[in-house]
Design a protein around this ligand. Structure first.
Ligand SMILES: Cc1cc2nc3c(=O)[nH]c(=O)nc-3n(C[C@H](O)[C@H](O)[C@H](O)COP(=O)(O)OP(=O)(O)OC[C@H]3O[C@@H](n4cnc5c(N)ncnc54)[C@H](O)[C@@H]3O)c2cc1C
Length: 464
C-alpha cells in the first residue's frame, strides 16, 4: 500500500530539515522500534527518523510524505503504553524533541504558550514558579511531552478535580495530515462558533494532525494541601472507600488506589519501606484548599470517614508514598521483562465493582495481576506480568482475561481506555466493542482529513 523510503525521499527530507536531522543508521532506527512496549513481537524498526525544528518543517515533511506515499508516525517522548509511537506500517518516525520551548507565560491572562515537544514536568515547574498551576499531571510527567499528552488526552493524578489534558488546553497549532498549518480553538472561556475541531484532534493519537504548539490554561495554585493514605487489609473495603470520599463534599484533587502487589513491587523498585507493606492496600487522597481552616476541617472529616469504613490506619502520605505510586508502572520491570498495562474506564460509582472483579478473576490466570487505579475518575490499571510463561500460553490467557474484563467493563457502561489510548495495541478490541455507527463515523473523519492514511496508520482502527 505504501512506498518504501528511498534515496530521493531521504534527499527531500534532508532539504527540509537539514541532512544532520535525518537518521538512517542502524542504532538510531533500532532505538525507535518501540515505545514502552516490552513485547519484542510488537516492535517495528522504522525506515528513517527525522527531527524537524519548526512547524513549517513539520508541514513540509508531511507534504513530502503525502507526495511519496510514505507513512509518518509522530513521536514525542515515547512513553506510550498502547504502542502509539511505534511505526507499525513502516515509513518514518517524526521526532518532536527539538521543538521544546516554553514560548510565553502570561500571568495576567493565566495562560502559557508552549511548543509541543516541551516536557510536561518543565511546564508544571514553570507555572509553579509564577505561583500558578498547570493541572495536567500524568505519572509519566518527568519524561513525557505536552504534545504526547494532548494527542492521547492524558489523565493522571489530578484529573478528579481538574479533568484530563483536553480540559487544560485553549488552543492548538496543528499540521494537518495533508501538511497544512492550522490554529484550532481560542483563548476563550466559552465558544459556540462552529465545530470544536481542537477537541477532535486532542485525543486522536496522532492520526488527525501533528500538534506543534499549544496554549495552555493556568489556574491559581492552592496554597494549602494535605496528602493522606488510608490503609486497608481488605481490597473490597479499600475499593468501596472511593465513592464515599467523592460523596463527602471535600472536592479531592486525587483519589488513587494501589493494591498490595503494586505496593510491594514499587517499594522494592524504589528501595523504600512503607507502613503496612506486607498486607496493606492504599487509598491515597489529596485535598487542596485556599484556606487553612478549610483544610483542617476536611482533613478531620476524611480521617473519620476512613476509620468508619474499615481503614486499619490513616497516615500522612509523604513524598515517599507518591514516589512509590508514581513508580508503579516502572516497577513492573522488577517482576517481568514483558508486561501489559490496561486502562479501562468505568463510571465512577462502578469502579469499586471493577477493582473487585479484576482482583478476584485475576487469581484464575497463570500470570501475575497487579491493580492500580486513578479511582476517583473511574480509571483502572490492571497490569499483567508474563514472567516465565511461554509465548503461546501468554497470548491465549491474556486474550481470555481481557475478554472477561472488557465485557464486564462494557456491561458497567465503561470503555477500553481512559487515558492511554487505543494505539496499535487494542485494534481488535476497538473493533469488537465499539458500536458500528460510532466506529464508522471515526473512519469517515479519518478518510476525509487524511485521504492517503499517511498520519500514524494502523492506530485506533484499520481502514479498509
Ligand atoms: C511510568 C508511566 C506512567 C504513565 N502514567 C500515565 C498517566 O498517569 N496518565 C496517562 O494518561 N498516561 C500515562 N502514561 C502513558 C503515557 O505517558 C501518556 O500516554 C503520554 O501522554 C504520552 O506522552 P509522550 O510524550 O510519551 O508521547 P508518545 O508516547 O511519544 O506518543 C503517544 C501518542 O501520541 C502521538 N503523538 C505524540 N506527539 C504528538 C504530537 N505532537 N502531535 C500528534 N500526535 C502526537 C503518538 O503518535 C502516539 O500515538 C504513563 C506511561 C508510563 C511509562
Amino acid at each position: 500500500m505504501y512506498n518504501k523510503v528511498d534515496a530521493q525521499f531521504l534527499a527531500g527530507l534532508g532539504k527540509i530539515v537539514g541532512k544532520e536531522q535525518v537518521f538512517t543508521d542502524a542504532p538510531t532506527l533500532d532505538k525507535y522500534k518501540t515505545d514502552e512496549e516490552t513485547n519484542p513481537h510488537k516492535f517495528h524498526v522504522p525506515e528513517a527518523v527525522v527531527a524537524p525544528g519548526t512547524t513549517e518543517e513539520v508541514a513540509a515533511v508531511v507534504k513530502l510524505a503525502n507526495q511519496a506515499n510514505v507513512p509518518v508516525t509522530v513521536r514525542s517522548a515515547g512513553t506510550s503504553l498502547s504502542d502509539g509511537a511505534i511505526a507499525v506500517k513502516g515509513g518514518i518516525v517524526l521526532l518532536m524533541e527539538r521543538m521544546h520551548k516554553i514560548l510565553e507565560i502570561n500571568e495576567a491572562g493565566m495562560y502559557m504558550v508552549v511548543e509541543a515537544g516541551a516536557l510536561t514536568k518543565e511546564i508544571q515547574e514553570a507555572a509553579k514558579a509564577k505561583k500558578l498551576l498547570y493541572a495536567g499531571d500524568p505519572c509519566s510527567a518527568d519524561s513525557c511531552m505536552i504534545g504526547g499528552n494532548i494527542a492521547t488526552n492524558a489523565g493522571g493524578n489530578r484529573a478528579v478535580r481538574y479533568g484530563t489534558t483536553r480540559d487544560q488546553v485553549y488552543q492548538i497549532e496543528v499540521v494537518t495530515p495533508t501538511g497544512e498549518i492550522v490554529n484550532l480553538g481560542a483563548r476563550l472561556k466559552k465558544k459556540s462558533t462552529g465545530y470544536c475541531l481542537e477537541q477532535l484532534v486532542m485525543g486522536s493519537e496522532g492520526t488527525l494532525g501533528i500538534i506543534t504548539k499549544a496554549t495552555l490554561k493556568l489556574l491559581p495554585l492552592p496554597p494549602y494541601r494535605f496528602d493522606l493514605v488510608a490503609v486497608f487489609t481488605d481490597v473490597a473495603k479499600a475499593a468501596d472507600m472511593v465513592t464515599k470520599v467523592l460523596k463527602a463534599g471535600i472536592a479531592p484533587t486525587s483519589v488513587e488506589f494501589m493494591d498490595n502487589h503494586f505496593l510491594q513491587s514499587s517499594c522494592q523498585f524504589c528501595e523504600l519501606t512503607l507502613p503496612h507493606m506486607q498486607d496493606g492496600n492504599y487509598i491515597i487522597i489529596t485535598v487542596e484548599t485556599f484556606s487553612e481552616d478549610e483544610l483542617d476541617m476536611k482533613m478531620e472529616q476524611l480521617d473519620t470517614l476512613c476509620e468508619e469504613n474499615g481503614a486499619v490506619d490513616v497516615l500522612e502520605a509523604d513524598d515517599r508514598v507518591w514516589k512509590v505510586r508514581r513508580n508503579c508502572q516502572e516497577s513492573l520491570r522488577v517482576i517481568s521483562p514483558v508486561s501489559i498495562t490496561d486502562d479501562v474506564v468505568v463510571p465512577v460509582d462502578k469502579v469499586a465493582d471493577c477493582i473487585k472483579f479484576v482482583e478476584e478473576h485475576g487469581k484464575k490466570y497463570p500470570f501475575k495481576v497487579l491493580t492500580l487505579a486513578h479511582a476517583g475518575d473511574g480509571n483502572l490499571h490492571f497490569c499483567l506480568c508474563k514472567c516465565d510463561l511461554d509465548d503461546a500460553t501468554w497470548d491465549t490467557e491474556v486474550a481470555k482475561f481481557h475478554a472477561e474484563v472488557y465485557q464486564y467493563a462494557y456491561a458497567l457502561g465503561g470503555r477500553l481506555s481512559g487515558e492511554h489510548g487505543i494505539g496499535a495495541k487494542k485494534l481488535p478490541e476497538m473493533a469488537t466493542y465499539t458500536p458500528a455507527g460510532e466506529l464508522n463515523l471515526m473512519k469517515e473523519i479519518k478518510k476525509a482529513l487524511d485521504p492517503k492514511d499517511i498520519l500514524n496508520p494502523g492506530k485506533i482502527f484499520e481502514l479498509e
